[in-house]
Design a protein around this ligand. Sequence first.
Ligand code: GMT
Length: 376
Amino acid sequence: MKLKIGIVCYPSVGGSGVVATELGKLLAEKGHEIHFISSSMPFRLTKVYPNIYYHEVEVNQYSVFKYPPYDLALASKIAEVAKREELDLIHAHYAIPHAVCSYLAKKMVGDHLKIVTTLHGTDITVLGYDLSLKDLIKFGIEQSDEVTAVSKALIEQTYDLVAPNKKIEPVYNFIDERVYRRTDMSHLRTEYGIEEHEKVLIHISNFRPVKRVKDVIEVFERVNKQVPSKLLLIGDGPEMTGVISEVQKRNLNERVLFLGKQENVEELYSISDVKLLLSEKESFGLVLLEAMGCEVACVGTNVGGIPEVIEDGKTGFICELGDVEDMADKTLMLLQDEKLYHDITSQALSAVKEQFHSTTIVDQYEQIYYRALGRI
Ligand code: GMT
């Protein structure tokens, strides 16, 4: 049974936007009609798909309002599209503002419009800064017909902080396995001046304080003292200036490559050996799956959903937050023990293909949609 699905997400570079876009593309490949409703074109939507539509939310700046009314513009756009295109449901990525805006649209259109909400973590961690939103998040969750979260850890955190009276189902993130696979990109090593004997460490994030990029630098410094290596830093964000001065302070300028925001990161994973994700908050860590798909060994922190993605000692290594000594030891073990490296990366690749396979995850979402619509 083919569905008409509205997907509401933040389109910018970030895990939730990536997951929402990839999900839309795979659902469209299965024959569903997909309508992205967003403030700009989702960045991964790079070619024409006959059953994918994009509806832009225009936010006008009126002189009477101090702030542009994004949430209201979004709610009325959702209602307009849902009515005209006869959508069956809205899949909202984030409880606030997207589930709440979808609820408003539902009230305008009619109760036949169902809402499925996925929590990615950022909306729950916002409570660390603004407790006044707690009841609104709870409301957005409770008014959704079905709610999912990207890890069991995030579900636990949501019940702890928000206590919604609603069942939340875990649905893990996934990657497009056709894109995230290791390919021969050795020319890139030459272009970046990476010597044959050097190993490559990689970190990709939005350089927010929670990503602890300074720990990445410290781990790299320790590793580089024993194994000649280079560190690729991909992305940009508020911590960048501090990170640059840390690199200078430690005399690592020649060894750390700042590559800024990049789109085809699978090419960079393909020249990398170890991926570091040392965050203090992370509800899943989509970049880990991307790396695992490209046969890069991962070292992550014992935080949030990371241990659900990396099985310690089997598909990567888990270290305590801030324990840079252990992180460096685990990275060195991976770089110096060929058998261990091979076992870890091949077990990680199997996990990507089995536990996190896109077909399994997309099927899971489809079942949730049918359940929301009372069709199973
Ligand atoms: O990590 C970020 O800062 C971006 C954020 C987002 O909202 O896109 O990522 C969140 O959602 C991703 C997709 O589900 C997860 O892989 C990230 O772990 C999660 N980030 C945090 O929980 C900090």
